[in-house]
Design a protein. Structure first.
Length: 156
């Protein structure tokens, strides 16, 4: 017999004993077999209802926090590649690449060294040409210069 039903048998026996005592005290004189059958029927029905309507889990679809992507697919990397390709091939130059490089510099400097780009020590770590290009108006950077800047930022 299932462990859950053993608990229900214990509840039925306890309930029968309590009802037998209460009915005897109030001078009701119940019939033991009928009272036992009634208690067994009520406990069994309550157990079946609880099993049927019990813990069925959430009633909605739980979506994963991270969507499933094929192996090797990295959305962040692909967005960076699109940003660099767009910078190299577009007819007009925008500040997108400069802003992203500046954000990467800020993140690395703060996390690894506790510095900001405006600190004098940051100039020694990054180099004056990188800081100058980040502060300058939008200009087209060559692929080799972008690779050099990314290498410097990674090495921080």
């Amino acid at each position: 017999m299932n462990r859950r039903w053993w608990g229900r048998v214990a509840i039925a026996v306890t309930l029968f004993a309590v009802l037998q005592v209460v009915f005897t005290v109030v001078d009701f004189e119940p019939h033991a077999l009928r009272l036992g059958l009634l208690v067994a029927l009520c406990v069994a029905a309550a157990g079946l209802v609880r099993d049927t309507l019990g813990d069925s889990g959430p009633g909605w679809d739980v979506r994963p926090v991270r969507p499933m992507v094929p192996p090797g697919a990295d959305h962040r990397l692909s967005s960076y590649v699109r940003l660099v390709e767009g910078h190299l091939t577009s007819a007009t130059v925008d500040r997108g690449l400069q802003l992203r490089l500046a954000a990467l510099c800020d993140e690395r400097l703060l996390r690894r060294h506790g510095l900001r780009r405006t600190d004098p020590a940051a100039e020694q770590l990054l180099g004056t040409d990188l800081l100058r290009d980040l502060a300058a108006p939008p200009t087209r950077l060559a692929r080799a210069r972008i690779e050099d800047y990314l290498r410097r930022i990674e090495e921080l």
